[in-house]
Design a protein around this ligand. Structure first.
Ligand SMILES: Cc1cc2nc3c(=O)[nH]c(=O)nc-3n(C[C@H](O)[C@H](O)[C@H](O)COP(=O)(O)OP(=O)(O)OC[C@H]3O[C@@H](n4cnc5c(N)ncnc54)[C@H](O)[C@@H]3O)c2cc1C
Ligand code: SF4
Length: 486
């Protein structure tokens, strides 16, 4: 235990962020680094509980009390070793994870939780600075080859694990750059892209082969994929966006959020874009439909484009300010959350439904909607959505961004080509023990298997699926499983 009286002596100090006026002028990381003495004091708050619920709250099973203790005792390199033993990329989770571990922290029952995510970031930040993150090569190669399709956090963690197990790994990505949503979804102000690149360098040196611009199912057929590799792991993400097929949807100025966010990430990377296809929020009344991470990223991006106004609209009711009794500790709480982008400005409206868009000369100008409430449950047990009579409203909207989530992976192409079975929601069917699809030698992990989720879950799925693939190829696996740790 770091310091037996730490939680009595020190209060929680939240992760520091750069001042709003400063960060709105650039695209750099909004999160600021904390001085080491402050991080140590925060680590000292960890009580090293008999049953550390944070450890099971973290999807990766990060062994949080151990690294809190090691950091406090100035054994930073050991802390990093412990952190890497469960998490291939703590720098991604340390920056963008919503930290379900903190919601499960025992100290959080009657005090503020330990700042686990910040501590995780500081450990890996120091590790890179000190040159402790080096390529890890297997003692020998197995002679088996694996294709990983998709280079988001699931594909990346699977590829790293499989290569370290000695397999020859080729990672295919249809885009021109590696990283999936880390690269083209999440904005730079949450995750600067050089942070991905230095990890890719490590993986290249470990022997992973990256093949960009290869759309598997089009450029490489399903049959060829199966013929050329001993096993294939699908990490395709859930790229089919939820649409809003309402009157006026076809007007110019209404876009899927990912088109907007991808363009900005490309701009940031220095790509030349076709000005005729630019989606910019500059000087526009921006309306964002959907209140999750994607919607919040559109808010931050619109502010940096200098939008005239930014309004987020959510169909659901406003969540409570404090943990709802329906989500008691240590579960992930239903709670009103304010992201760094929300802190930067804009308005959030809840319980509002869009009825139609109106415009002139083919371009959207206005959103027409109505306030709603959730009434008595219907036959399926779901609360009935009711319009509130007389609550119709309209608002100026000359850029509308649809951020209402994703349905499932794209089926056309590799999913249909391989003929893998789908679950009732349209995701690739595979369980979390074997990660095996209905087709022998074909596995699935990440959002394409579990549906749209989080980076931390994708990294967990990639690690666990790698173990399942290794087991399939070798009859046994020495790769670690989370179930062996908790
Ligand atoms: C805008 C946005 C912001 C988000 N913010 C956060 C956040 O702050 N924190 C958080 O925890 N989560 C966040 N998420 C969710 C998180 O990014 C995803 O859950 C996670 O990236 C899923 O990882 P994945 O590897 O399964 O898929 P993805 O990251 O989607 O990667 C899939 C990759 O597969 C490639 N691919 C698909 N089909 C093929 C094919 N046939 N051939 C070759 N390549 C193919 C795609 O091009 C893509 O690069 C966010 C999501 C979005 C959309
Ligand atoms: S990965 Fe997420 S849940 Fe796990 S310790 Fe880090 S911040 Fe917490």
């Amino acid at each position: 235990m770091a310091k037996p009286t730490g939680f009595l002596e020190y209060g929680r100090e939240d992760t520091p962020y750069r001042p709003v006026e400063e960060r709105l002028r650039d695209w750099n990381e909004v999160q600021a680094d904390a001085p080491i003495e402050r991080v140590k004091a925060q680590a000292a708050r960890c009580m090293d509980c008999g049953i550390p619920f944070c450890n099971s709250g973290c999807p990766l099973g990060n062994i949080i009390p151990d690294w809190n203790d090691l950091l406090y005792r100035d054994k930073m390199e050991d802390a990093l070793l412990r952190l890497h033993s469960t998490n291939n990329f703590p720098e991604f989770t340390g920056l963008v994870c919503p930290a379900p571990c903190e919601a499960a922290c025992v100290l959080g029952i009657n005090d503020d939780a330990v700042t686990i995510k910040q501590i995780e970031w500081e450990i890996i930040r120091t590790g890179w600075e000190q040159g402790w993150v080096v390529p890890v090569k297997p003692e020998r190669r197995t002679g088996r080859s694996v294709a990983v399709v998709g280079s988001g956090p699931a594909g990346l963690s699977a590829a790293q694990q499989l290569s370290r197990a000695g397999h020859t790994v080729t990672l295919f990505e249809k885009n021109d750059r590696i990283g999936g949503l880390l690269r083209y979804g999440i904005p730079e102000f949450k995750l600067e892209k050089w942070i991905i690149d230095r990890r890719l360098d490590q993986m290249r040196q470990e022997g992973v082969s990256f093949q960009t611009g290869v759309h598997v199912g089009q450029d490489l057929s399903a049959a060829e994929l199966r013929r050329s590799f001993d096993a294939a792991l699908l990490c395709l993400g859930a790229e089919e966006p939820r649409d809003l097929p309402t009157e006026g949807r076809d007007l110019d100025g209404i876009h899927f959020a990912m088109d907007f966010l991808t363009q900005q990430n490309r701009r940031g990377a220095g790509d030349e874009l076709d000005p005729a296809k630019d989606i910019l929020a500059s000087d526009r009344h921006v309306v964002i439909l959907g209140g999750g991470d994607t919607g919040s990223d559109c808010v931050g991006t619109s502010h940096r484009h200098k939008a005239r106004s930014v309004t987020s609209i959510e169909l659901l009711e406003r969540p409570p300010d404090h943990r709802s009794p329906t989500t008691p500790w240590p579960s992930w709480p239903l709670l009103f959350r304010t992201s760094s982008s929300h802190e930067e400005g804009g308005t959030r409206e809840y319980a509002r439904m869009t009825k139609r868009f109106e415009g002139r000369n083919g371009r959207v100008e206005k959103l027409v909607g109505v306030e709603v409430r959730f009434g008595e449950p219907d036959e399926s047990g779901r609360p009935r959505l009711e319009e509130i009579p007389g609550s119709d409203f309209e608002m100026p909207a000359d850029l509308v961004l649809l951020a209402m989530g994703f349905l499932h992976p794209v089926h056309a192409g590799i999913v249909e080509g391989l003929g893998v079975r789908l679950d009732p929601r349209g995701n690739v069917m595979a369980d979390t023990g074997e990660f095996a699809t209905s087709e022998p030698g074909v596995f699935a992990a990440g959002d394409c298997r579990r549906g749209q989720s989080l980076v931390v879950w994708a990294q967990w799925e990639g690690r666990e699926a790698a173990r399942a693939v290794d087991q399939y190829l070798m009859g046994r696996s020495r790769l670690q499983s989370r179930s062996a740790l908790v």
